[in-house]
Design a protein around this ligand. Structure first.
Ligand code: GSH
Length: 213
């Protein structure tokens, strides 16, 4: 049985997978669980009516599960884990929120127009905390030897962080954070990630309207 999923289309390329980290998170889950799926590409700047009918908030990802369209990557990933428990991608609850503040800190720093507002330091603090978590726990992933849901959520966000901050701020993750860099590279080189990632130029294009607001 093939699962239907609506994800973001690339900016300026109507047939190409776009840059939504929440969509990629679900695609990673499907790939890691080896579930067959069919992608429907949605232009989120010009949403078709049929999409608004199934996703009243107008957000991707949306996935059809048991005949019902379900929105929100948290909800979708939770249902997929319950319905298709093997291989398990359950994150041990005590590790579920590791790294969860990185994305917000990244977006705040990216959109900041004031170099002295502390947003760079706040991001570095989050990245350092994550690096030191990795250093003091057995890895290479947050929950140990195998990737779990928390890694599949973090990987697309770290990918965006790396590309977008380099492009718009000429900024990169401090070289001293070797645990974080190795972690990101381990995830980025997985087959599931390579298959579901947006191209570099589409990640840059996807953030342009926010950065230039
Ligand atoms: N909390 C949601 C966030 C989804 C989300 O923000 N999706 C963005 C694309 S990355 C979207 O659909 N934006 C279009 C809009 O808000 O109109 C999730 O985890 O699925």
């Amino acid at each position: 049985m093939t699962l239907d999923i609506c994800v973001k289309v690339a900016v300026g390329a109507p047939d190409v997978l776009g840059d939504c980290p929440f969509s990629q998170r679900v695609l990673l889950t499907l790939e890691e669980k080896k579930l067959p799926y069919k992608i429907h590409l949605i232009n989120v700047t010009d949403k078709p009516q049929w999409f608004l009918d199934i996703s009243p908030e107008g957000k991707v990802p949306v996935m059809k599960l048991d005949g019902k369209w379900v929105a929100d990557s948290d909800a979708i990933v939770g249902i997929l884990e319950d319905k298709y428990p093997e291989p398990s991608l359950k994150t041990p609850p005590e590790f579920a929120s590791v790294g969860s503040k990185i994305f917000g800190a990244f977006v705040t720093f990216l959109l900041s127009k004031d170099a002295n507002d502390g947003s760079e330091k706040a991001l570095v603090n989050e990245l350092e905390a994550f690096d030191s978590y990795l250093k003091t726990h057995s890895g290479p992933f947050v929950g140990g030897e195998k990737p779990t849901a928390v890694d599949l959520s973090l990987a697309p966000k770290l990918y965006h962080l790396e590309i977008v901050l380099a492009h718009y701020k000429n900024w990169s993750v401090p070289e001293s954070l070797t645990n974080l860099r190795n972690y990101a590279n381990a995830l980025f080189s997985r087959e599931s990630f390579v298959k579901t990632k947006a191209e570099h130029k589409f990640v840059v294009a996807g953030w342009a309207s926010k950065v230039n607001e």
